[in-house]
Structures are given as C-alpha cells and as structure tokens.
Design a protein around this ligand. Structure first.
Ligand code: GCO
Length: 257
C-alpha cells in the first residue's frame, strides 16, 4: 500500500463520543481532514449542533447523534438508528469522559459510580455495539479508547477517574483479545496534561501549572490538536498490525522521574 494510502480514511465513517468540544472535537476534525465521514456525539444538542456546523462549514461530511454514552438503552437506541439509516461505523473513538476531583473519604458511592459509568462502562457499551456490527459486516474496524496518564500513575483526589482510566487500558487489551481475529484493531491513546475545559482549574492554578511544565520533558501543556496525528494513525490502515496498545501523547511525562 502506498504511503499516502496508509493514512487515508476516505470511505470510512467514524463515531467520536464526547465530540462537541475539547479532545473529541479536535480528533474528529483530524479524522475528517483525513477523509472520514463523521458522527459527532454528545449529551447537549445545542453544543453538538454548533460543533457539527463548524465542521460542515469546513466542507466535511458530518452528522450528529445526541445520546448519553453511560445510558445503555440510549446507546442501543442510537445504534438501532444508525442501522435504520444504513450507517456502518468503521472507526469508533470512545472519548466521552468526566472528571471529579475530591478526596476519596468525601466521595459518595453515587459520585464514584457516575465517573466509572461515564468513563469506563460507556466504552464497553459503545464498543460492544460497534464491534457486533463490525464483526457481522466482516470488514474489520478500528476502536480507539481514550486513556490517561492515570492509566499508569495515580494522583490524589481523582480516584474514580484513575480507576476508570486504568480500566480503559485493560478493556482495550480485552477488546484486542476477543476482536483482533475479526480484523478489528482496538488501541488507546493516553493524553498527558492537555489544555481543555475539564482542566481549566488546573491550568489556571499557578502551582499546578508550574508542576506540569517542570514535570513534562517538553516543558509545556499539550493541546487537543497534539492528539490528531496519533488518532489518524490508529484509525488508519497504517496501524493494521497494532493491537491492544496504549500510546501516550504526554510530552514525555511518563518516560521520566
Ligand atoms: C487531573 C487531570 C488529569 C488529566 C489527564 C492526564 O485532575 O489530574 O484531569 O486527569 O485530565 O487525564 O492524563
């Protein structure tokens, strides 16, 4: 296959969960620029419509699907609609996630469960529905889960997020174990400290900002666009023999003490 075709997503359809902003919208934009048709997802119809409008305005083939990835019935209903509309999803990015920063002793079980449902169980639910259809179609597929530095290392006050992201790493390997035989490559991206709405409080905290800049060999926070190349790689034929891996896009933070 020629080098130009290795990263070509023309003719593919990608569902990116949590893509009305932040990392999800950046990765969706990157996949569209590589030729993919997009399905954007989020819980807020207005935000999603604004994001879709931006990408349609840039000439991309985009539709949106409003559903809560943590709600199994809503996930199944969304996929039933894709089926009814004749939409085959070739690429899934399980990006949707929330953060809750609180000491464990102050956490309620409901708060814990909400983070685990949104950040981990959702990836299983949406992944299951996508994989069922990829297997039935017999043409393979790509699943990209979004992990975190906390897939490897813990930080105080983000226990449910850390547990979920650790689970994302092992769920990715489980997907590879069961679905690689169907030519589905399941991998993950582990973003470092990225400037996003979710991290606004951290970016604006001078002490935390100084810690990230000092602890990161690249000496800077990441931007959502820093993830685009890795997303295209894992969504494209270039990664046809890559399975069960988590690729860290973290400025080198995990590589050094
Ligand atoms: C935090 C942050 C992190 C980052 C990211 C790092 O509170 O420490 O939210 O969790 O968002 O996950 O990889």
């Amino acid at each position: 296959m020629s080098a130009s075709k290795l990263f070509d997503l023309k003719g593919k359809t990608a569902l990116v969960t949590g893509s009305s902003g932040g990392l999800g919208l950046s990765m969706a934009r990157g996949l569209a620029e590589a030729g993919a048709a997009l399905i954007l997802n989020g819980r807020n119809a207005d935000k999603l419509s604004a994001a879709a409008g931006e990408l349609i305005g840039a000439g991309h083939n985009v539709r949106s699907s409003v559903f809560d990835v943590a709600d199994d019935a809503a996930v199944q209903s969304a996929f039933a609609q894709f089926d009814a509309d004749g939409i085959a999803i070739d690429i899934l990015i399980n990006n949707a996630g929330i953060q809750l920063r609180k000491p464990m002793v102050d956490l309620t079980t409901a708060e814990w469960q909400k983070v685990l449902d949104t950040n981990l169980t959702s990836a299983f639910q949406v992944g299951r529905e996508a994989a069922k259809r990829m297997i039935a179609r017999g043409q393979g597929g790509k699943i990209i889960n979004i992990g975190s530095l906390t897939s490897e290392l813990a930080r105080a006050t983000v226990a449910p997020y850390t547990a979920a992201k650790g689970g994302i790493k092992m769920l990715t390997r489980s997907m590879a174990a069961e679905w690689a035989v169907h030519n589905i490559q399941a991998n993950a991206i582990g973003p470092g400290y990225i400037i996003t709405e979710m991290n606004k409080a951290l970016v604006e905290d001078p002490k935390f900002d100084a810690w990230v800049r000092g602890r990161t060999p690249s000496g800077r926070w990441g931007t959502p666009d820093d993830l685009i190349g890795t997303a295209i790689f894992l969504a494209s034929p270039a990664s046809a023999y890559v399975n069960g891996q988590i690729l860290y896009v973290d400025g080198g933070m995990l590589a050094v003490l």
